[in-house]
Design a protein around this ligand. Structure first.
Ligand code: BES
Ligand code: ZN
Ligand code: ZN
Length: 497
């Protein structure tokens, strides 16, 4: 699907017109800039079929070729309208057009703007949110299916007045960059474990780097040994596919700030010797979503002309049981010299992140963020509704939350209490990779990572185990498979740091 900017809706030649309608404001039942539909909308309202409620869409097929089909888009009350509701609406409109087999449609942007709406929602913002939702909803992962069903909705035209056309063009271009980047994260995450090995992820990242003019280097197994990355090597040693560390960089001239984005990429998490139960194990192909997200966010920020230096570090390994695999009781020595007693080989994400976090902090940073499908506990706490957010600096956490407010991706802050830090002390090594009891599993994983943050560094940890793949409840996320949750917020954070 392609979205284009055009001027003068009155001259639109597409056979389907999309009109925004706001719902009751106390005085009227609905309001729209298209008063030619007042009577018709009143009838629909009386019949109880369309009240212009938020996310309500209503399609009217024309009786003949002389007039266009109509798609009414419910916006709810002006005050209820948010970027997120527009994103969802954009997705619902695209889905409706697709199911009605429409190939081209004209959308009147001015009908999506009304007095009383949040001031931030100007023509550009409204266009961008609608376009983002529509584009994100059109994602398919059909690489391995013989019968492909391409999207039939080919073109949507966003009409504004002449003055608003540049803003609309910019908004659409930005939405395209955003959707492309989220698709990169989704595509990588959806690849089967046996196809996307650590080195294959490295190869694909190098291809992206070439395409988007970023620098990229791969630390192979030999180099990891030289770097003394004992934890990353340990997790990878049960697999025939060797681990590696992927380093992708966006370094604009004159950058004043530097941020590190570190993402867990366990290309398949079988649990290792502490093997997982069989049911649902196929989902563990997504256990590299943190890595995919930071790669995609770096691309999104770079393509959005981010002025800050981004160092993106992705430790990649496959967690497999094997005669050579680490076992519960193995002690690993990490790059910074700390020793870890492995009590459960399934708590492997924190192990590979420990070396990567240390590596990322070799130079001075203004912030470091790690992203990982780290714990089942966060899924129990927040389900797929929100990701877990932890950190060591209240001001940085606030900044991150502000970015998330704008992208409307959900994160819930969880505390790292001293008791959780105490609970990961080991009797054999410096620390152990699981807590003494099953409580607060996500925070204890956070406490573990905190051990690898250098004094004075501002750190944020995102646990995306619940949000990385879909339960099909959001209009612009696929019903099945990877979502790319966090990509938009990470890019925004890197840009506004
Ligand atoms: N990759 C999993 C976490 C996970 C679970 C992600 C469910 C998505 C959905 C991680 O490596 C893991 O297995 N964690 C263990 C840790 C435990 C052994 C302390 C967990 O959460 O069960
Ligand atoms: Zn695991
Ligand atoms: Zn894992």
């Amino acid at each position: 699907m392609k979205i284009h900017a055009k001027a003068n809706f009155n001259n639109a030649t597409e056979n389907t017109h999309i009109i925004g309608v706001f719902s009751a404001d106390g005085k009227t039942k609905f309001s729209t800039t298209h008063d030619e539909f007042d009577d018709f909308l009143s009838t629909l309202h009386e019949q109880g079929v369309f009240q212009a409620k938020k996310a309500q869409v209503y399609f009217v097929r024309a009786l003949d070729d002389a007039s266009p089909n109509l798609l009414f888009a419910g916006l709810g009350k002006a005050t209820e309208c948010t970027g997120e509701s527009l994103r969802s609406l954009g997705a619902l409109l695209a889905k409706k057009l697709e199911s009605e087999k429409i190939s081209a449609a004209a959308l009147d942007l001015s009908s999506f703007l009304i007095k009383g709406m949040d001031k931030k929602l100007n023509t550009e913002a409204v266009a961008q949110c609608l376009a983002e939702g529509a584009l994100l909803s059109a994602y398919k992962f059909d690489h391995y299916q013989s019968e492909k069903k391409p999207f039939k909705l080919e073109n949507v035209f966003f009409y504004s007045d002449k003055k608003g056309q540049n803003a609309t063009k910019n908004a659409i271009a930005q939405a395209e960059i955003c959707a492309d980047s989220v698709f990169i994260a989704r595509d990588l995450s959806n690849e089967p474990g046996s196809h996307l090995t650590p080195m294959e992820l490295a190869k694909r990242t190098q291809q992206f780097a070439k395409k988007y003019h970023l620098s990229c280097k791969i630390l192979d197994k030999k180099t990891l040994e030289k770097e003394k990355m004992g934890a990353l090597l340990g997790v990878g040693q049960g697999s025939t596919n060797p681990p590696c560390l992927i380093v992708l960089e966006h370094k604009p001239k004159g950058a004043k700030k530097k941020i590190a984005l570190v993402g867990k990429a366990v290309t398949f998490d079988s649990g290792g010797i502490s093997i997982k139960p069989g049911q649902g194990m196929e989902d563990m192909k997504h256990d590299m979503s943190g890595g995919a997200d930071v790669i995609a966010a770096t691309i999104l920020a770079a393509r959005s002309k981010c002025k800050n230096h981004i160092l993106c570090v992705v430790p990649a390994a496959e967690n497999m049981p094997d005669g050579n695999a680490i076992v519960p009781s193995t002690v690993l020595k990490t790059r910074n010299g700390k020793t870890i007693e492995v009590q459960n080989t399934d708590a492997e994400g924190r192990l590979i992140l420990s070396d990567a976090l240390d590596y990322a902090q070799d130079t001075k940073l203004d912030a470091i963020v790690d992203v990982a499908t780290l714990t089942g506990a966060v899924v129990l706490a927040l389900s797929s509704v929100a990701a877990g957010l932890m950190g060591n600096d209240p001001a940085t956490l606030e900044k991150f939350k502000k970015c998330a407010e704008e992208t409307e991706e959900r994160f819930v802050e969880l505390p790292i209490f001293q008791e959780y830090i105490d609970d990961i002390k080991s009797k054999v090594a410096d620390i152990k990779n699981i807590g003494g009891d099953r409580g607060a599993g996500s925070q204890k994983a956070g406490a573990f990572l905190k051990e690898f943050i250098k004094d004075g560094n501002k750190w944020i940890h995102l646990d995306i185990a619940g949000t990385a793949w879909s339960n099909g409840k959001s209009p612009y996320n696929p019903a099945y498979g990877a979502t790319g949750h966090s990509v938009r917020t990470l890019a925004k954070f890197a840009m506004t740091l």
